[in-house]
Design a protein around this ligand. Structure first.
Ligand code: HPA
Length: 271
């Protein structure tokens, strides 16, 4: 808690805007924050307790601004558990954005598809997740000022927000797929046997982020919308080999569509 408060105080002294909506922009998807009006940006590395991230495609900045008239704040890039940081560090950015006043969190990510009907570039609303990381950011003494000891995860991904996002997608001329996100630790991609297992478990996409952020956000009682960009078929579903450059390339190619979708949702969120 002291760490969260220290980080919030640091950010508040440098970012004046009180955000309504918080965003986490994943691999290749950070461009949305570049179009915020009256932007105020802060590198992760300066924020107390926040590690510097250096994964390709992750700028590692907090950017606040106005998106179509709505006060927002975004993490342009995120901290992943596989980088070796503590989970407190992994979720610190989300906690700070919510403490600054946001009551809704929109998380985006790049994922591998576990269903053969999910072509590269498909956008999918996350309906639920499987936390297969073997870790939970709420382990340890509970800070009752942030949230309760035991968080309800029964509707972690807000059904109304999923409906809203689907409606916005329809208006924009495409179908927003839906499915369960399997959150794994990484950083190696899955084996083909693991991909078959995840599909059997009922997951539609797999990725190495998001689940801890969503647990932290639900702990703080924020509403959550998760949008995945399918960047590749899961390992073994095709003869293609996986690499981060391809993942990032496909994410970038989908970034404009994802940005339009998120912008449309944000505009409708705030009266
Ligand atoms: N697996 C895990 N994470 C990913 C993948 C994948 O296939 N693609 C993008 N992120």
């Amino acid at each position: 808690m002291a760490q969260v408060e220290e980080a919030v105080a640091f950010v508040r002294a440098r970012i004046r805007r009180k955000p309504r909506v918080a965003l986490v922009l994943g691999s290749g998807l950070g461009g949305l924050a570049d179009v915020f009006e009256q932007p105020e940006a802060l590198g992760f590395s300066g924020i107390p307790g926040m590690p510097d991230t250096n994964v390709l495609g992750h700028a590692g900045r907090l950017v606040a601004g106005s998106l179509d008239g709505v006060d927002v704040i975004a993490m342009q890039g995120r901290v992943h558990p596989y980088e070796g940081h503590s989970l407190a560090q992994v979720v610190l950015g989300v906690r700070v954005m919510l403490k600054l006043g946001a009551d809704t969190l929109i998380v985006t990510n790049a994922t591998g598809g576990l269903r053969t009907d999910l072509a590269a570039g498909t956008l999918l609303a996350i309906t639920d997740h499987l936390n297969l990381t073997g870790q939970n950011c709420l382990v340890g003494p509970n800070d009752n000022t942030l949230g309760p000891r035991f968080s309800d995860m029964s509707a972690a991904y807000d059904p109304d927000l999923i409906e809203l996002a689907s409606e916005v997608a329809r208006e924009q001329g495409f179908t927003l797929e839906r499915g369960v996100y399997a959150g794994v630790l990484g950083p190696s991609y899955e084996t083909p046997a693991e991909v078959r297992m995840l599909a059997l478990l009922g997951a539609s996409v797999v990725g190495m982020s998001t689940v801890q952020e969503v647990i932290a956000a639900r702990h703080m009682n924020a509403r959550v919308l998760g949008i995945s960009c399918v960047t590749n078929p899961g390992a073994g579903l095709t003869s293609e080999r996986l690499n981060h450059a391809d993942v990032e390339r496909i994410a970038r190619a989908s970034a404009a569509r994802l940005a339009a979708l998120v912008t449309g949702v944000v505009r409708r969120l705030v009266p």
